[in-house]
Design a protein around this ligand. Sequence first.
Ligand code: F6R
Length: 617
Amino acid sequence: MCGIVGYVGPRESQDILVAGLARLEYRGYDSAGIAVIDENGSLGMRKRAGKLARLREALETDPIGRGTTGIGHTRWATHGGPTDENAHPHLADDGRLAVIHNGIIENFAELKRELVAEGVEFLSETDTEVAAALIARAYRANDGDLVAAFRAVVHRLEGAFTLLATHEDHPGLVVGARRNSPLVIGLGEGENFLGSDVAAFVEHTRHALAIGQDEIVAITPDSVTVTDFDGNPAEPQPFEVSWDASAADKGGWSSFMAKEVSEEPEAVANTVRGRIHDGQIVIPELEGLDDLFTGIDRIVILACGTAYYSGLVGKYAIERWARIPTDVELAHEFRYRDPIVDASTLVVSISQSGETMDTLMAVKEAARLGAKTLSICNTQGATIPRESDAIVYTHAGPEVAVASTKAFVAQITALYLLALHVGRVRGSLDAASAADSIEQLEELPEKIQWILDNEQERTEQLAHWMADTRSVLFLGRHVGYPIALEGALKLKEISYIHAEGFAAGELKHGPIALIEPGQPVFVVVPSPRGAATMHAKVISNIEEIRARGARVIAIAEQGDSAVMPSADEVLRIPLASPLFEPILAVVPLHIFAMGLATAKGLDVDQPRNLAKSVTVE
Ligand code: F6R
């Protein structure tokens, strides 16, 4: 939800800002803009509705003067449509101050009325321009001290914001502030950076600082100063970015999504790596934190979208191995229903970005109610892990495509590691099950690779044939049910086709009415070896929908011959114990969604109306 970048240093800032925006474009792509203080000390600004390419064209035909201080923004519209006027930066102080913003200023209407009464005129419909006008007013009241102006203004803003500003009077200075919205610092030599996430500057430096909640930062080429909103010194947390810029490049793939699906084996392998010692799961980040798991009688998993579906899968593993009752809840529903959690509840949040506002707010609410909190996250320096008592990182590497794929398999992997860890700590897991599960986990990357090598082409072909399909249904039971939900979400998200996921057993309670001749239905079929009863039930479900004309595409393990006469198509996955099947069964569904969107000529990386990091509620 909006990408932000700031630069001060000796280099041409325009190139650095535009390159940073290119890496952040997945956060929003309705419009983009930059502001630069040029070599004559004047503030130049260009902004355009549409993707970054339109800003690039504008900069070519109408360049800004060269300059070494600047800010840049790529937008996901909240207040006001995606127009040139509503694009950021927004100017104030007679065009000498430029401001960019991520988040929503909830009391902007009231603040705007106050400013209009003072005679301020606005050019856009955004809440950001209101913040710019407030900063300009406070700047004048504080004798041209931009940091003091920020301190005065942030107290008046309600909601979520990351704000960056630069002023013509202060070349070599960018000031920022954050509340409930991301901002990290990149430390260079004789230059410094600010970004919504490290992707903004990772090609220049991997040394980073995480800025805390309600803090203000001022960067110059040689200094970084961080304070709280009242001006008291604050200690930003240093961290090293664990991946390099090439990890966030397409690397020859047709799309980031194609690259990221190809990285699913690696995402699982890297998440497991370093967490198995002497045949036991040992998660180094959780060392010394056994208390989190011993004094609890319940786990609540909170997440949104795809991360929520990973949580639904994780519930089965936690209940099986750790024997703790586990509820999974959409984070945005949890927060507003007066939830019952206390010190005997462990709240596990799952978030690829670590910035999803709904999840962040739910975690804060859980902590306020006294629950213990642990986050599963893929992004270093992100807010949700910093708000949690413990972190288990997924090591999927940067995920750039808006639709989450490799992070999903990494999230399930991390939940399984957690379940095995908690099972060991609580003594609920016997040695044989632990050993078998660890072996299965270690075999997963190779099995996912088998699917990519042997079933990808056929699945893409199928997607190609189905390019004109108007609706697709997905069915699954047990751990296959969340996979059906994930398959449906991925398809609607990137191919704009109506898709629904159902629990197979629920079918006859209503959804079977949707089946008409030719209706395509994907069915995740459980293993006939490990889950014979469920397998038989799903085969019956297939027969029921076939009898009504459905076209069935089964995802079934190799050698499952019972599925052959019932399904029109069978996509094969390698043999695994039932609990491990979801990580395999989802791979063809990711490939299918991508294949169908590609066949329709759609942009799989940047689907309409979406942004990767949802930092507004
Ligand atoms: C779907 C997708 C979203 C995210 C959701 C949560 O492909 O990517 O549903 O899973 O917005 O995002 P994170 O994991 O960043 O909290």
